[in-house]
Design a protein around this ligand. Structure first.
Ligand code: ADP
Ligand code: MG
Length: 452
């Protein structure tokens, strides 16, 4: 059903009306065919005489607009027709996304819908993404369908760095979330170690392998990146030295994130950077910007910001992100797409919270060679305590310390040496004593029972 505006336009595009007014509008020598109403607007062929080309008609758009009485904000596209001597006018009275219910659901998982072609727009995992746009433009909402994909399936794992503690909290049942500068440093350390491990075991000459539940693809999402640049730089971070003393050093999360951006791809560790401040240096680190392979740009404040996100040539080629409506309309530049605006699906917070839980990723320290862990093999396989055979378990760690001490050891010393909390050590000791792995002597010293 045409709207009132469309009905008026359809009337003025009829060849009878056009013929009557073409000359006085400087369009003599052109004649319309019958216009059609489609899901993206009105389409009409125009016959051109020898004086006209499609390009010339395009430059006469103002005359066409006047003849049709079309408002200035209505988009009119002119291209060469299907046959020589014809042009095709498309008057975008509707968005191709209008008919689609834009709520996200597991059955409709795309990022959004192309407003010109009506195509579903998807962004595959494995890209280094930049998601930018001013505050409230819809970055977090746009990221949700992608975060879903990145946290779904046994061979995918999601890590979220979010110092604002807003978006990360929605995902903490499905993702490893770091929301303090200390947690950010710790998780980036783990990721970097994991990355180097993976790169080391890569067979020579082979730069791809298949992620598995043991070694999943890890997508690392930094929300409000500018915040991380400032707050996760120069963080006082306690570290235990070889001599067992704790020292406070100043650390920054940035070098680790930069090396993940540079080298993570072959290790299946992909960095996504989100920011409301798309400027090189304070909003997007200098070393990370050149690694970006796909940009999702919601409304930004200035053409200069749009150029940072979409490329220096952006504006000249029609990528005008400073003119996008707010919220939820994006340009996606991946090297293949045109600058057609994408209407982003809406995935509500409640939908995220209701998603099934998954065990968040953490690096397996069993392979890291810490001395307390290498002692695992000393424990007889016949032991009846499952916890004590689990290489990652605190029980194993504590039992290892007791065995290696060679003399009765106190609970207090165990707390210091294991790095575990007092309460945890006390629980572990009780468990190990109950299961007969250790005994406590009269002085309170703990001894491993060699027969156990
Ligand atoms: N695709 C969308 N569809 C409908 N509403 C949206 C969409 N994206 C954002 N919004 C609205 O705008 C608000 C701000 O979006 P948000 O993603 O939090 O912005 P940003 O992260 O860019 O600051 C949301 O709470 C929501 O109400
Ligand atoms: Mg946000």
């Amino acid at each position: 059903m045409p709207t009132a505006e469309e009905r008026a336009l359809l009337g003025r595009l009829q060849p009878e009306h056009w013929r009557e007014h073409a000359e006085q509008r400087g369009l003599a020598g052109t004649l319309t065919g019958r216009p059609k109403l489609t899901e993206s607007g009105i389409v009409c062929a125009v016959r051109l005489d020898g004086q006209w080309t499609a390009t010339k008609l395009r430059s006469a758009e103002d005359h066409v607009r006047a003849l049709l009485g079309a408002r200035t904000s209505l988009r009119i596209q002119t291209k060469a027709g299907k046959r020589g001597g014809w042009a095709e006018l498309t008057i975008r009275t509707r968005s191709a996304a209008d008919g689609d219910d834009l709520l996200w659901s597991p059955e409709r998982r795309s990022l959004g819908v192309d407003t010109v072609t009506g195509d579903q727009v998807t962004v595959p995992l494995g890209e280094r993404l930049l998601i930018a746009g001013r505050s409230g433009a819809g970055k977090s909402v746009a990221s949700r369908p992608l975060l879903f994909d990145a946290s779904e399936g046994p061979a995918n794992a999601l890590v979220i760095i979010d110092l604002k503690r807003v978006e990360g909290r929605l995902w903490d049942h499905r993702a490893r979330v770091a929301s303090t500068p200390e947690e950010v440093i710790a998780v980036v350390d783990e990721l970097e170690a994991e990355m180097h491990d993976r790169l080391d075991v890569l067979p020579k000459g082979q730069d791809t392998w298949t992620p598995s539940p043991d070694r999943p693809r890890i997508t690392v999402v930094v929300d409000e990146g500018a915040e991380v640049v400032t707050a996760a730089d120069k963080v006082p971070f306690p570290e235990v030295d070889d001599d067992g003393k704790t020292k406070v050093r100043t650390r920054s999360a940035l070098p680790g994130l930069e090396s993940i951006a540079r080298m993570g791809r072959a290790a299946y560790i992909d960095l996504w950077w989100m920011t409301q401040k798309p400027t090189i240096g304070d909003g997007v680190p200098k070393q990370i910007a050149p690694q970006i392979s796909t940009s999702i740009c919601l409304a930004v404040r200035t053409p200069a910001e749009a150029r940072v996100v979409l490329g220096e040539d952006a504006q000249a080629k029609g990528w005008n992100a400073d003119e996008l409506p707010v919220p939820g309309v994006a340009l996606v530049r991946d090297g293949k797409r045109k600058p057609d605006p994408v209407k982003v699906r809406y995935m509500d917070k409640a939908v995220v919270i209701a998603l099934p839980a998954r065990t968040p990723w953490a690096r397996h320290t069993a392979t890291a060679g810490a001395p307390s862990i290498t002692l695992v093999k000393d424990i007889p396989d016949t032991t009846s305590t499952p916890a004590a055979t689990d290489p990652d378990s605190t029980d194993t760690r504590v039992l290892g310390l007791i065995r290696s001490s060679g003399q009765p050891i106190r609970q207090k010393e165990l707390t210091e040496q294991s790095g575990l909390s007092k309460g945890t050590v006390s629980k572990v000791v009780k468990r190990l004593a109950d299961s007969g792995h250790i005994t406590r002597n009269a002085d309170g010293g703990l001894i491993a029972d060699e027969a156990a």
